[in-house]
Design a binder for this molecule. Structure first.
Ligand code: SF4
Length: 486
């Protein structure tokens, strides 16, 4: 049996053919020199690799080098298809290394190609339905369980009125061990002595580093939190960053859990334990819908896709944003979300899309730089997931290949879906004046700036008609051009 080289996001048992297979793990410090990653992400990855090596004992060879190539050149190895172009090209350039098909996703590349080849529009919803049919997930014969494919309409509840937090048990948190202690000490040393820089704050490890830890978090989520996930999946509360989210994205993207096992477990919770279908469907949609879809889009749209910029957004990200300096911000929503990224390297999908991504879209920040920011700042961020999610979904930089319209929204959306606006110095209803909400005013300025690019889109007809009715548009646009403070 050939030794299996496992990349840092291929750490679960499903990346091996046999539990006895010998393994090579390479920790490359050059990765941390190239990008200033979140400190907690660096900890998570290094700790996860060291935990796997410790668990495998003599069968694992763990090497810590400056460059991957130094550890693998001239060796006979097998590796599952890596998740980035850069890593794939490295593998291809190494003579003794055999590249196997990818693992870690529900669907295979051939499934996506077969689905995509006869279509002009590659919509996630259609792909998700095809994937469910192919794998028999939440299906009753040829029909979707419960008679509907999409239960999103049941899953858009605002947070419960007056609540500071959802009444659900918090996610199961891991316990740090001596490997975490030594990892933290090494990262301190790399920062101090080797000039390696990180962003964000260090803190107790919040995410699993082993298959067993991730399985325990999954078990706990299915038993105690899944029920409330669906209705509140889009809601935000200042005092409850986790709401009823599974907190499993980092584990899936480290390869600790097999996503098909995860959706099958969720389906069992529906069929055998009475979990509500809307929650189970919403959860499966995130994993075998969105997650698989963006993975395939990353490869399908090609090498130039990361730099597409259909709205010609060229502004630089401000330094406070790069540095996750939440104290620089007065806006209650943005300040809290940016602090969440700084302190945890994670916020759920709505703060990502509707607070952070929405801000970048409205302000015309360069989509490639925004992608870079998300990739380095989030514990679950990798190029394959952030390129389509940022370029295609949140920044509309691909001109609509992934979504039918830009995800731009004013303060009214944030006000409806959160408790942020109470106590914010801005007013979500105001688009001019000292208390003009940067999201409300920014929304109109965005539509004005991109009017020509959006005019042909029938889903934008109504918002653009609203823009035409604004009597104070010039004032809004001029003030937003000058805005430096949020
Ligand atoms: Fe955010 Fe505007 Fe609401 Fe303040 S008023 S919390 S800036 S949406």
């Amino acid at each position: 049996m050939k030794r299996r080289w496992l990349f840092a996001d291929q750490l679960g048992p499903h990346f091996l053919d046999d539990p006895e297979q010998p393994v090579l793990l390479v920790i490359s410090r050059a990765v941390f020199r190239r990008r200033r990653y979140h400190r907690q992400k660096a900890h998570l990855v290094v700790s996860a690799m060291r935990h796997l090596a410790a668990g495998l004992g003599d069968r694992a060879e763990l090497v810590e080098v400056e460059r991957y190539r130094d550890a693998v050149a001239g060796r006979e190895l097998e590796v599952c298809h890596p998740t980035s172009r850069e890593a794939r090209d490295l593998v291809r350039s190494l003579p003794g290394v055999t590249m196997l098909p990818p693992r870690g996703f529900v669907t295979a590349p051939a499934d996506f190609v077969a689905w995509a080849e006869s279509r002009n529009q590659l919509r996630m919803e259609d792909f998700y339905r095809a994937a469910r049919t192919l794998h028999g997930v939440l299906m009753d014969g040829p029909e979707p369980a419960g008679g509907r494919w999409n239960l999103d309409a049941d899953n858009r509840e605002p947070p419960p009125r007056g609540a500071d937090a959802l009444p659900v048990p918090p996610p199961l948190m891991p316990t740090e061990d001596e490997i975490d202690v030594s990892t933290r000490a090494d990262l301190d040393r790399w920062e101090r002595d080797e000039g390696i820089g990180f962003v964000g704050r260090d803190g107790p490890r919040l995410f699993p580093v082993t298959h067993d830890e991730a399985t325990r978090r999954l078990d706990h989520f299915l038993a105690h939190r899944l029920r409330d996930f669906g209705p509140y999946e889009d809601a935000m509360l200042r005092g409850d960053p986790y709401m009823a989210h599974s907190m499993l994205s980092a584990s899936l993207n480290l390869g600790l859990l097999d996503p098909l096992d995860v959706v099958r477990r969720a389906e069992r919770a529906y069929r055998d334990e009475g979990a509500p279908l809307s929650s189970v469907e919403g959860f499966c949609r995130q994993i075998m819908g969105w997650r698989d879809y963006v993975w395939h889009c990353y490869w399908h749209f090609g090498e130039r896709y990361p730099r597409t910029n259909a709205l010609a957004a060229r502004r630089s990200l401000p330094s406070w944003f790069w540095d996750l300096d939440a104290d620089h911000v007065s806006a209650a929503c943005l300040g809290d979300v940016l602090a969440g990224v700084r302190d945890r390297g994670w916020v759920h999908h709505i703060p990502r899309l509707m607070v952070l991504g929405n801000l970048a879209l409205q302000r015309g920040w360069d989509p490639a730089a925004v992608t870079e920011w998300f990739t380095r700042s989030f514990v679950d961020g990798y190029p394959w997931v952030m390129v389509p999610n940022v370029v295609g979904m949140s920044q509309y930089a691909d001109g609509g290949r992934m979504t039918t319209k830009p995800y731009a929204a004013g303060g009214a959306y944030i006000n409806r879906m959160s408790d942020y606006c109470r106590g914010c110095p801005y007013d979500p209803k105001h688009r001019t004046g000292d208390d003009a909400c940067p999201y409300t005013a920014g929304y109109w300025a965005f539509l004005h700036r991109n009017r020509d690019a959006l005019t042909g889109n029938h889903r934008m007809r109504q918002p653009l008609a609203g823009l035409d009715r604004l009597h104070d548009l010039d004032e809004v646009v001029a003030a937003e051009k000058r805005r430096r403070v949020y």
